[in-house]
Design a protein around this ligand. Structure first.
Ligand SMILES: Cc1cc2nc3c(=O)[nH]c(=O)nc-3n(C[C@H](O)[C@H](O)[C@H](O)COP(=O)(O)OP(=O)(O)OC[C@H]3O[C@@H](n4cnc5c(N)ncnc54)[C@H](O)[C@@H]3O)c2cc1C
Length: 460
């Protein structure tokens, strides 16, 4: 009864919908990408704009309600949804405004990467971001954000020019190098600890609409040689090249020979993002002539096609447990240890992969933004995914073992956007030397911890 009257009081002040557990659409709105998360908030406010966000922040603070913020709902830890409180759901706020003259874009915080690419690519422009088009721009940017274009143009957060933020006291602030620079520093890697970002403004770069992409697929028996080749190929490669090395199962797609469906393979997915790149002049040619692949392909494709090519590998509602770390280098010993511990690779949506850092990421000083991992050469990630809840323990243990096998080669850093709910001390490690400055900024903008449903930075 009390809840009903509280919900009515809030609903009367919103332009967007307010969902409570008895409303149609409530379950769809509370479920996130990771099917292991099953939280039940008392209200979900589907905010139509900044005014609704300010109303919700003030309402939660004044009524002592737990509060969480949902962007794209991809965070594996599921922190976008709180139990028994109010969720600010930004899904209706998907506007993207491109300024082709200035090469900038203003992006509302409910937009997905696919929404962003759709608008920017019309002008042959792009923000470097992640590799799955359904991921939210908001969470990804606030934690850093890396993908195919990262070596050339830096992290997504490195390309943030400004953000509009609703802070815990209900103020609406602009954060940029010139306005509230401490908040701006914290938002570039420090996550959702400091307020609700309603709009991001990004620097765009000339990319696409077509981009040269090469892919080679090798049987898992050759994984050792493939990973060594990948390491050597990317060592000193020009910044315009990106390459990811993925071990995963082959899906039953016509592109693959039927005999190999369901087999474990080691894939190299690479791109040459220069507009002038051709099949004849690209360094990617070396990739095509390596080893005994079961499939090779090199061709110019739409950048948006590349950005959504792996979407099906992560079905919504699958069970996910992710581990990740930054590696100083990738010596033969590390590759051997990883492969010895990979075993049979459990989980139909599981992969493990290496992404190449360096380039523009490492040109930024470690203290320039809250994202501190500027010295790694590669990331090693183990996104385990499966459907059957009875396999939870088995798959989680496997992912933890594989992660531990690579630890001796780690910088000690881990990526906050790939942290699981059980992260504990790893969360602190995710920020290294930037953790204490983040705590001070938390004290300034959210001393009472209104935004603590996020991976929490305690105020000082
Ligand atoms: C399938 C998949 C693929 C991925 N691929 C990549 C990749 O290629 N590169 C990469 O860097 N990362 C990748 N990620 C990780 C991704 O960056 C994080 O999961 C990120 O948190 C997703 O953002 P979101 O808005 O979708 O998530 P949400 O779950 O909605 O939010 C994540 C966190 O950010 C907070 N938050 C969200 N919006 C706001 C806001 N507007 N203001 C304040 N706080 C907010 C939430 O409260 C939550 O704590 C991937 C994740 C998945 C599941």
């Amino acid at each position: 009864m009390l809840e009903t009257s509280i919900a009515e009081a809030l609903a009367g002040h919103l332009r967007g919908n307010l969902l409570t557990p008895s409303d149609p659409g409530y379950d769809e709105a509370r479920l996130v990408e990771n099917g292991m998360i099953n939280r039940k908030p008392s209200m979900i406010a589907q905010c139509s704009g900044t005014a609704d966000v300010i109303t919700c922040v003030n309402f939660a603070r004044e009524n002592g309600l737990p509060l969480s913020v949902k962007g794209g709902g991809h965070g594996v830890a599921g922190k976008a949804i709180c139990d028994d409180g109010l969720v600010i759901d930004l899904a209706p706020m998907k506007g993207v405004l491109v300024d082709p003259e200035r090469k900038t874009a203003k992006v509302q915080a409910g937009a997905r990467l696919g929404d962003l690419d759709h608008e920017t690519q019309k002008f042959g422009l792009a923000v470097p971001a992640g590799m799955i088009s359904t991921t939210g721009v908001a969470g990804l940017t606030l934690g850093g954000g890396f993908g195919h274009l990262t070596r050339r143009f830096g992290l997504t957060s490195d390309n943030l020019l400004a953000a509009d933020v609703v802070t815990a006291d209900g103020s609406f602030l602009r954060a940029s190098e010139n306005s509230n620079p401490d908040l701006f520093w914290a938002l570039r890697g420090g996550g959702g600890n400091f307020g609700v970002v309603t709009t991001f403004e990004f620097q765009l770069h000339e990319v696409g609409p077509e981009i040269l992409v090469a892919q080679t697929v090798h049987l898992f028996d050759d994984a050792r040689e493939v990973i060594r080749f990948y390491r050597d190929f990317m060592d000193g490669a020009p910044k315009e090249l990106g390459c990811t090395c993925v071990v995963s199962y082959i899906s039953p797609e016509p592109a693959y020979p039927e005999a190999h469906h369901g087999k474990l393979v080691a894939k190299l997915v690479a791109l040459d993002s220069r507009r002038e790149a051709t099949e004849e002049n690209t360094p990617l040619r070396e990739l095509m002539s390596f080893g005994n692949p079961i499939l090779t392909d090199m061709s110019p494709i739409q950048y948006t096609t590349l950005q959504s090519a792996a979407d099906d590998a992560f079905p919504k509602g699958g069970r996910y447990y992710w581990k990740s770390q930054h590696l100083r280098s990738l010596p033969d010993e590390a590759i051997d240890r990883i492969l010895e511990n990979a075993g049979t690779v459990p989980g139909e949506y599981t992969n493990f992969h290496f992404e190449t850092m360096g380039g523009a990421v490492n040109e930024v000083d470690q203290s320039a933004t809250a994202f501190p991992h500027r010295d790694g050469a590669f990331t090693f990630s183990v996104p385990a995914g499966w459907a059957d809840p009875s396999r939870d323990e088995e798959v989680i243990r496997w992912a933890q073992r594989l992660h531990e096998a690579a630890e001796p080669f780690s910088t000690g850093g881990t990526y906050v956007n790939y942290l699981q709910g059980d992260a504990g001390d790893e969360f602190k490690q995710a920020y290294g030397a930037n953790f204490e400055p983040l705590r001070e900024i938390k004290q300034r903008y959210d001393p009472q911890g209104l935004f603590d449903a996020h991976q929490r930075i305690e105020a000082r």
